[in-house]
Design a binder for this molecule. Sequence first.
Ligand code: FMN
Length: 207
Amino acid sequence: MSASQPAFYNDLAVTLDTAWNLLEQGARDRHAPFHALSVASVDQAGNPRQRTMILRHVDRELRTLRFHSDQRSPKFEQISNRPAISVSHYSAEHKLELRLFGKGRFHLGDDIAARAWLSMRDLSRVCYRSPKAPSEPIDSPDDYLDPSKLVVTSDDAIAQRNFCVLIIHVEELDWIYLDHRGNRRARFRWGGNDVASPLPQSQWLQH
Ligand SMILES: Cc1cc2nc3c(=O)[nH]c(=O)nc-3n(C[C@H](O)[C@H](O)[C@H](O)COP(=O)(O)O)c2cc1C
């Protein structure tokens, strides 16, 4: 006997609600499927660049995702110059791919960065204290500096200076649910930066 259809199967509003629920769960729970996401940007030469990032917070009203990073990493310059962003993840458990498209903006040394910094544990702050920048070449694998050996507290000025927050403002969400009864694909589009219009243009699509 096949399992009953999920509530979102033929319902666009429930589909969108489920997508936000899963993203919120991903930010809350490090074991959740949508915790580590692939974030793509465009480099100076126009080439796509992807990397895994941990989802830290989701605000469905403002349609934002928050990530943490090091301002010395290449993505900082890439996204600061060209804010177009794509985020994706496939959860085998949910048989669901989510893709989000929008604009990214880094926050450094402002209220948003300061609040995020205070919300972190010392264990997470150590990454930003490393004297070597992310992606900096090293001569041998042994030259790798293990940040977990460092001790960093919230008042560490150097670590705090390297720390930055990436806020992605979502303009489009694409959903693909795989099901033997028939796959379901849906697209939700919001108008640009218009936060005031929370209702997206919603559309079923051929997978
Ligand atoms: C599981 C996992 C989680 C990661 N989380 C983050 C993260 O939250 N923020 C971040 O800047 N880099 C994170 N990284 C490292 C990035 O994937 C990437 O290697 C690094 O940031 C350099 O990226 P860039 O050269 O594109 O700037 C993570 C890597 C892995 C494997």
